[in-house]
Design a protein around this ligand. Structure first.
Ligand SMILES: NC(=O)c1ccc[n+]([C@@H]2O[C@H](COP(=O)([O-])OP(=O)(O)OC[C@H]3O[C@@H](n4cnc5c(N)ncnc54)[C@H](OP(=O)(O)O)[C@@H]3O)[C@@H](O)[C@H]2O)c1
Length: 274
């Protein structure tokens, strides 16, 4: 097992199980360094979004990294303000231009904006059928959002990217996605940094000589969840990837599962601020 391990999406596309998140990373030097350090450390996936304002730097880093474009899985997302059919088609062109790519690996609906996500999805389906994107998916979707989408959708989303960490393990939604053959991708896998001082995770990590961050990321991997930790520090980017030389025991996996409090550090998809 390692950084190049993949999961298979329901259309057969292989998606790396581990990648770098770049929310709240400045465009320019900060994001360029972060992405280059990650690629040097062996990461092969980057998760950005139009709303993060750093697609240009992500694209520049990929180009300058020396790693073949075909070996890197690039995700971006349509912003809430650009949802709707025509708006999404235009937003895609803008994103791909900024990224400097011809084809995108994964395009996601960033949040389920109630009045427009069905039309947004129609545009994503068109882009997919036209061969512009290798896979399409959503973020922050609950079961009822999928049910509404599937009333009119021709293609089922391949990925659902959701807040997921030991305080919000999303067990019921993960079960639904599994039944639907939709891959679950964990965002804020370290609780946006809020779980790094957790005493239970520290104690588990000490048994393996690993940090709480490494324990949380390893827990994702062993659950089959795709994970995208963010850091702008070279040593942390390397540390987060150094999780393939140990295995959490079933007992420790269960203990981490029991830390769940259904606690969100981010917005609730039922009540988000557009
Ligand atoms: N679809 C969505 O709606 C959505 C929402 C939120 C996030 N996301 C995606 O998920 C990615 C990850 O989530 P996130 O950015 O919320 O947070 P996260 O990855 O859970 O945590 C990042 C925080 O932890 C710190 N950190 C990372 N590794 C560390 C380590 N080894 N030791 C100590 N501190 C460490 C980082 O600080 P430094 O950077 O200073 O190292 C940062 O403050 C985002 O970047 C984004 O790509 C998607």
């Amino acid at each position: 097992m390692g950084l190049t391990d993949t999961v298979t999406l329901h259309n057969g596309v292989q998606m790396p199980q581990f990648g770098l998140g770049v929310w709240q990373v400045d465009d320019g030097d900060e994001v360029i360094h972060s992405v280059k350090w990650a690629l040097e450390a062996g990461y092969r996936m980057v998760d950005t979004a139009a709303a993060y304002g750093n697609e240009k730097g992500v694209g520049q880093a990929i180009k300058e990294s020396g790693v073949s474009r075909d070996d890197i899985f690039v995700t971006t997302k349509v912003a809430n303000s650009n949802q709707g059919y025509e708006e999404t088609l235009a937003a895609f062109e803008d994103s791909i231009k900024k990224l400097g790519l011809e084809t995108l690996d994964l395009y996601l609906i960033h949040w389920p904006v109630a009045e427009s996500f069905v039309d947004t999805w129609k545009a994503m389906e068109k882009l997919y059928k036209d061969g512009r994107i290798r896979a399409i998916g959503v973020c922050n979707f609950h079961q009822h959002h999928f049910e509404k989408l599937m009333e009119t959708a021709e293609i089922k989303p391949m990925v659902n990217q959701i807040e997921l960490h030991p305080y919000l393990n999303q067990e019921p939604l993960r079960q639904f996605c599994k039944e639907q053959d939709i891959v679950v991708e964990a965002y804020s896998p370290l609780g946006s940094g809020n779980l790094l001082q957790n005493e239970d995770l520290k104690a588990i990590g000490e048994k393996y000589g690993k940090s709480p961050a490494q324990v949380m990321l390893r827990w994702d991997i062993q659950h089959g969840i795709v994970t995208i930790p963010k850091s702008v520090h070279k040593e942390r980017i390397q540390e987060n990837a150094d999780i393939f030389d140990f295995e959490l025991s079933q007992e420790d996996m269960d203990e981490i599962d029991r830390l769940n409090q259904d606690h969100r550090f981010g917005w609730n998809p039922e009540r988000f601020d557009k």
